[in-house]
Design a protein around this ligand. Structure first.
Ligand SMILES: C[S@@+](CC[C@H](N)C(=O)[O-])C[C@H]1O[C@@H](n2cnc3c(N)ncnc32)[C@H](O)[C@@H]1O
Length: 387
């Protein structure tokens, strides 16, 4: 068995119909740089050099692992591990397969990919559909250039454009499919993706609020300039470049004056429960969360939430078993109060699972809904015409 076939076997459980031969035919190693970062079990990036540790490098390349190739738009240079944001990668193969399954390409389809990265995903699409059927757009000129070189060296010639994929690529429109490999925030799906897909075509993108790990949105474009569809999956992706947040320095922020109360909420439901946390994220926009475990006490966790736009923050000191937990809130937003309010919405609606949620995008607004586009969940975001 070749190494690429081994990757196909490892991914067999998640393999959508029609992709196993493609995975076996495209060698991921040809797209991964010699020097990369890989996350360790504590979710910390660790440098990995093919020339220093070849066994580990090859094992990682042919496994279901995301491999970071750039931090902070290139400002953090390998092997520095202090970067704030990963900004380019070879995506985790099983997540790519989930996206390809949702994309549901057919022979003759023309696809626009947003975020070329290493070029591996574009090579898979080009192998399946033909080079002429695939256009991929990458915002980072250095990354785009390397992707072009990787693709050419492996015999693929899809169109790779250097540019901002938030504007789509009208030169190749209309497309049957748009697939983004960088995530968008609720309310911020670029409307050009809708106008550049033919009616009946599909947009697949990682999607989610700052509070949550992330899901996949699959929207079908209608003939009236709208797109609508449900959420699925569980996948964290780096943000589309213009949607990256500068994280506020939590340690400094939390030393400020605070409004002190207590909560008896079952905190797990708004922090760890996938659907509960997503509902909170939709109703409490621009709110990041971190949960710190106490190494000396398995029943003790500090929940920290913050809004980098207003500088608001809140902490909840959770001692499992206690009747109530201390809450501290600071800034113009009372974030914990917002979270409790959002949780009440979720409970009132019988704790709906996230796959009952969907998204609609029009030329003037975007919203999330429960079961049907008429049943709006959350904030309606406007301003598409400015994008
Ligand atoms: C997760 S990586 C893509 C990985 C790719 N699927 C692979 O396996 O190699 C996301 C890429 O999206 C690019 N990107 C982010 N924002 C973009 C934008 N507005 N337009 C085009 N590309 C963008 C990043 O520079 C990055 O290379």
């Amino acid at each position: 068995m070749t190494t690429t076939e081994r990757l196909a076997v490892e991914l067999a459980a998640r393999m959508p119909a029609g992709w196993a031969d493609v995975i076996s035919a495209v060698d991921r190693a040809r797209f991964v740089p010699a020097r990369v970062w890989v996350y360790d079990e504590n979710n910390e990036p660790q440098p990995l050099d093919r020339d220093v540790d070849p066994r580990r490098w090859w094992r990682v390349v042919y496994s279901d692992t995301a491999i970071m190739t750039q931090f902070d738009d290139g400002a953090t240079v390998w092997p520095d591990t202090t970067g704030e944001h990963p900004t380019s990668s070879a995506s985790q193969p099983s997540l790519m397969l989930d996206m390809l399954a949702a994309l549901d390409v057919r022979e003759g389809h023309r696809v626009l990919e947003i975020g070329t990265g290493t070029g591996y995903h574009a090579a898979l699409l080009a192998t399946r559909l033909g080079d002429d059927a695939v256009t991929s757009i990458e915002i980072d000129a250095t990354v785009a250039q390397q992707a072009r070189a990787n693709l050419a060296a492996t015999g693929h010639t899809p169109t790779v454009v250097t540019g901002d994929g938030a504007a789509g690529y009208p030169g190749g429109a209309p497309y049957d499919r748009v697939v983004a490999t960088a995530s968008v925030r609720p309310g911020e799906l670029p409307y050009p993706w809708v106008t550049q897909v033919r009616p009946g075509g599909v947009i697949v993108t990682p999607w989610g609020p700052d509070y949550h790990n992330g899901v996949l949105a699959r929207l079908v474009v209608a003939g009236d300039g709208t797109a609508s569809g449900r959420l699925s999956g569980n996948l964290a992706f780096m943000r589309l470049r213009a949607q990256q947040d500068t994280l506020c320095p939590l340690d400094d922020g939390e030393t400020g004056d605070a409004w002190e109360t207590t909560t008896s909420l079952w905190v797990y439901e708004v922090v760890g429960e996938f659907s509960g946390a997503l509902a909170v994220g939709l109703l409490v926009p621009r709110c990041h969360k971190i949960v710190e475990d106490d190494p000396d006490d398995a029943y003790h966790h500090l929940v920290r939430v913050h809004d980098p736009v207003t500088g608001s923050w809140a902490t909840v000191d959770v001692h499992r078993g206690a009747a109530a937990y201390p809450v501290r809130q600071h800034g113009p937003r009372r974030l914990w109060d917002e979270i409790e309010h959002a949780h009440a919405w979720w409970v009132t609606h019988d704790r709906p699972t996230y796959t009952r949620l969907g998204v609609t995008v029009t030329d003037t607004e975007q919203w999330t809904w429960l079961d049907h586009p008429d049943q709006r969940v959350a904030t309606t975001w406007t301003g598409n015409s400015d994008q």
